[in-house]
Design a binder for this molecule. Structure first.
Ligand code: BT5
Length: 238
């Protein structure tokens, strides 16, 4: 087990992010990890639900980083590249693994993991769900699991790989800043020029992918000129 983290294990929980935030309010240390076998009210972004039956990985990492709020988003890219590395280690070498802005990891085009970053009172909680055995079948939306993609993985094995990768990227980030994380993320995402459709506050913006800004914002080249997107969902690529 990784030295940086102190893992608290729960059988069933509402949401690991809620428990991590509760523990943070009680003064829990940097590096506390809440890991649950199952969540009854797992959350995605924007109050969406996260399908959380037993058999997958659900955890939240509590970080005390003394970070200006504007830099918090960088942590979700640390989580994304750590997840992508973890998945890569557990799947056949030829598997297509792509990170999708802002916080998804796709295997063969299906969403295998999600990241929910929350921050309050100097604490950042990094919630991560990784599908090991189960994924929801959702109309018009591809999902993936490690087992269904040819992987051999236990939940605890995936957790330990993920925490080790997260720790390594976190250290790199603390020593060298966002640049190497941004580079690692860019190496795993769409080619520059790929046409993306992005949902931004209820409407759709289309443009070609032009990279990631220095703060993690998505850069698009649209028919109206360059555009920065700080929050939204990439709906389609190709
Ligand atoms: C996310 O939200 O992708 C963030 C998910 C974070 C879940 C972790 S689990 C541990 C921690 N504790 C929590 O309570 N949450 C975190 P978003 O980008 O909004 O995507 C949510 C959408 O993904 C849903 O609306 C569904 O369409 C889809 N979805 C739900 N469950 C899924 C699953 N297990 N696998 C793939 N897609 C899923």
């Amino acid at each position: 087990m990784n030295r940086m983290f102190h893992v608290l294990h729960y059988d069933t929980i509402g949401s690991t992010n809620d428990e991590a935030r509760r523990l943070a309010a009680e003064g829990a240390n940097h590096g506390t990890v809440v890991h649950a076998d199952e969540q009854k009210s797992g959350r995605g972004r924007l109050s969406r639900a996260w399908y959380s039956p037993p058999g997958n990985l659900y955890l939240s990492i509590l970080l005390r980083l003394d970070l200006p709020p504007a830099r918090c988003a960088e942590i979700s890219f640390i989580a994304a590249v750590a997840l992508a590395d973890t998945v890569e280690q557990l799947l056949p070498k030829t598997t297509e693994i792509v990170v999708k802005w802002p916080n998804d990891v796709l295997v063969g085009g299906g969403k295998i993991a999600g990241i929910l970053l929350e921050s309050a009172d100097g604490v950042v909680v990094v919630g991560i769900g990784l599908n090991v055995l189960h994924a929801p079948s959702t109309a018009g939306y591809l999902t993936a699991t490690l087992a269904g993609s040819g992987g051999i993985a236990t939940v605890d094995g995936a957790r330990d790989l993920l925490l080790a990768a997260f720790d390594a990227y976190l250290q790199t980030w603390q020593q060298q800043g966002f640049q190497p994380i941004r580079d690692a993320w860019l190496a795993r995402t769409y080619a520059v020029g790929t046409v993306l459709r992005v949902g931004v506050q209820g409407h759709s913006v289309e443009g070609s992918f032009a990279g990631l800004d220095l703060d993690g914002a998505l850069l698009l080249e649209t028919s109206d000129g360059p555009r920065r997107v700080v929050a939204g969902d990439v709906a389609a690529a190709g």
